[in-house]
Write a protein that binds this ligand. Structure first.
Ligand SMILES: Nc1ncnc2c1ncn2[C@@H]1O[C@H](COP(=O)(O)OP(=O)(O)O)[C@@H](O)[C@H]1O
Ligand SMILES: [Mg+2]
Length: 197
């Protein structure tokens, strides 16, 4: 077994063709709350990954979920993180935008859209659905895009402008894209005003 990711929330390890994602206890949280939170995120991630499979959306297939051990098992996706290939392949952002359009069409909010949560294997696959939820609200969709914009700005500053333009071009696939993008501008305006005051 080989550890392939150790984020703030979980240890991710690879065992053959399988990936185990285990949410570890956080001792800075009250144990009862910590358990609740980890259980909720584990279940949520499993539920959304299953739904994505139904939709034929490119993400890892779920193999197992155990909300006692706070663990999910899924297929290993062989390929680079989008984070490591995007700067030399900015056109990939249009594909990313089209995929977000598809999620939002089904009212799936990813909740943590960064290029570390995407793997390129033939096409872009999305990962890390522990903060995902179902919502038809324009605001939630706008915030989803806002987080991606921020991630692009900080991790891909060299190509950021073109990258985000391409995302929005792809996102146009979504029938309510215009409304969401309008709201995105408001969300970002709000952010700027907050910074000033
Ligand atoms: N199914 C998978 N196939 C290949 N790599 C994966 C898979 N799941 C996670 N990873 C790798 O592990 C890292 C962390 O996993 P992730 O689900 O994003 O957890 P975290 O909540 O810690 O960010 C990812 O950025 C990715 O590199
Ligand atoms: Mg992640």
């Amino acid at each position: 077994m080989e550890v392939i990711g150790q984020g703030a929330e979980a240890v991710v390890s690879k065992k053959g063709a399988e990936v185990l994602k285990e949410r570890l206890a956080k001792d800075y949280r009250l144990p009862i709350l910590d358990n609740k939170l980890r259980k909720a995120r584990t279940r949520r991630e499993a539920k959304i990954i299953n739904k994505l499979e139904e939709l034929n959306f490119p993400s890892p297939r779920l193999r197992e979920v155990c909300d006692k051990r706070m663990l999910i098992a899924m297929d290993f996706l062989e390929g680079p993180k989008v984070r490591d290939v995007l700067d030399d392949n900015v056109k990939i952002c249009e594909e990313i935008g089209r995929k977000i359009a598809l999620l939002h069409q089904h009212n799936i909010i990813h909740g943590d859209l960064t290029t570390s949560n995407m793997i390129l294997k033939d096409e872009v696959h999305f990962l890390d659905f522990g903060l995902s939820f179902i919502s038809n609200k324009v605001e939630d969709k706008a915030v989803d895009l806002h987080l991606l914009r921020q991630a692009l700005e900080s991790k891909h500053f060299k190509v950021y402008d073109t990258a985000f333009e391409n995302v929005l071009r792809g996102y146009n696939d979504y029938e309510n894209s215009e409304e969401v993008i309008q709201r995105l501008n408001l969300v970002e305006q709000r952010g700027r005003n907050k910074k000033k005051s």
